[in-house]
Design a protein around this ligand. Structure first.
Ligand code: PA5
Length: 443
């Protein structure tokens, strides 16, 4: 069953049905090109059939690996950047306890064994971050995954050099090698060479899957499994969405096609920024993952919608003013979660000095949903078109559906916009300058 629903009623005051339907032909062509692998970037379309091609036995292998790690490590460091980091973090943070780093024991365990705390490195070049990290690792039993498709990205390579050195001093070279897993290209790259030489356990990032589409490869699946979440349900969700989007080929029946059409129609009307809005703090990194997916896929040859995000209601007290009354070049896509996992009742207070007794019979979720609806109305009145993507609950299956929905819609939207959504030539510009500044040989 498909649990992710797209509602576009609140864009109708801004774009007509005809303006949306005008994109049907281009989007149908893009739909066909994605499944038949016939358009630009087709060498990176391995993600399209990825969910349906994942074998159960492969997931069992990842789960067995996760269990082995859990038995020897209380902390697990996931080293990676961009597409080699954001997918795992998006799913883990969407599912884990908000204060997981302060929990031990039953709150932090799966099937009777405790899972390690997941922490991240290689996603910045901050000396203070790395020194703080080494201080923490000094006193923890830990293991790491180093994840880099190219195997040559500076940020994770730098973090890994420090951590490898620390691991070898702490455990000795042989045991350090047992505590390192490399996730990289099957044949190429410095990380592959190093992993082979040192005898690390390795998992492969498939050649035909680019970084930002790699969450359902070991890049995302292994850290998610190590964190104790159900990667089988995650993949099942993605598989359900893959089948659904494959068999529905019109804007009326295929929500990814509709999303791509509406985005392009709004962009054509001068809407240059899309804000992904959440009302659940655990979706913060889902937005970060989405921003990379859409920004790196669409922002090229002078085109592309700028992907931004806000976390409400927090950001209603900061960015809300700009969204309500700033330049009318933005639209919003709200990630709407219908049910919480837990409930807490609002206590009655006899004195009612804070004036909140009127909320006593309501749940916190009702209050949150009232904020969402009130904001939707206010923003539409203020000239901000509003799309809504809803899910009944945040769980593995629904996240799997959502991830694949966004990936597929991104491919459709990029092709419709007239760009190759699967390359990222602009990412190289800063690297060349940085290497020249730092004196890297041959730069
Ligand atoms: O989506 C992408 O291709 C990028 O964001 C990469 O994932 C990121 O630059 C990290 O690259 P690598 O996995 O080669 O270290």
């Amino acid at each position: 069953m498909i649990n992710i629903k797209l509602t576009v009623d609140s864009v109708k005051p801004f774009v007509s049905e005809d303006q949306i339907n005008n994109f049907q032909d281009k989007i149908s062509a893009a739909h066909q090109a994605l499944f038949e692998k016939t358009a630009a970037g087709n060498e990176f379309l391995g993600w399209v059939n990825l969910p349906s091609s994942i074998e159960e036995s492969f997931l069992d292998e990842l789960l067995a690996q996760a269990k082995t790690i859990a038995q020897k490590a209380e902390v697990y460091v996931v080293i990676g950047i961009g597409g080699s980091y954001l997918g795992a973090r998006a799913v883990i943070e969407a599912l884990q306890h908000h204060f997981s780093q302060m929990l031990t024991g039953k709150f932090n365990s799966v099937e009777g064994y405790a899972v390690p705390q997941i922490i991240y490195a290689g996603q910045n070049i901050s000396e203070d971050y790395l020194v703080d990290l080494m201080q923490i690792l000094e006193h923890k039993d830990y293991a790491v995954s180093v994840i880099s498709k190219s195997g040559t990205t500076t940020e994770p390579a730098l973090a890994f050099r420090l951590i490898k050195n620390h691991l070898e001093k702490k455990y000795g070279k042989a045991e350090a090698a047992n505590r390192i897993i490399a996730i990289t290209d099957e044949k190429r790259g410095a990380l592959k060479t190093l992993a082979d030489k040192e005898g690390y356990k390795t998992f492969v990032v498939p050649d035909d899957v680019g970084g930002r589409y790699s969450v359902l490869t070991p890049v995302g699946l292994l850290p998610i499994a190590i964190a104790g979440f159900d990667i089988k349900k995650l993949v099942t969700g993605a598989k359900e969405m893959e089948a659904f989007l494959k068999s529905n080929t019109s804007i009326e029946t295929n929500p990814a096609m509709l999303y791509a059409a509406v985005r392009n129609a709004l962009n054509f009307q001068g809407k240059l920024t899309e804000i992904l809005v959440n009302y659940e703090p655990r979706l913060y990194f889902l937005s970060e993952w989405w921003k990379q997916l859409y920004g790196e896929s669409e922002g090229k040859i002078g085109k592309g919608i700028f992907p931004a995000s806000v976390s409400n209601t927090s950001d209603l007290h900061s960015m809300g003013q700009y969204i309500q009354e700033g330049p009318r070049t933005i639209f919003e896509t709200v990630l709407s979660v219908e049910n919480s996992h837990q409930t807490i009742s609002i206590p009655r207070d006899d004195e009612n000095l804070d004036g909140l007794n009127y909320l006593c019979n309501k749940s916190i979720t009702e209050v949150n949903q009232a904020a969402e609806e009130a904001t939707r109305q206010a923003h539409i009145d203020g000239g901000v078109p509003n799309l809504r993507i809803s899910m009944p609950k945040i769980n593995e299956e629904n996240l799997g559906q959502l991830l694949y929905f966004f990936e597929f819609a991104c491919g459709l939207s990029g092709y419709t916009l007239g760009v190759n959504p699967f390359d990222q030539p602009g990412v190289e510009a800063y690297k060349k300058n940085m290497f020249a500044i730092l004196g890297k040989p041959s730069y």
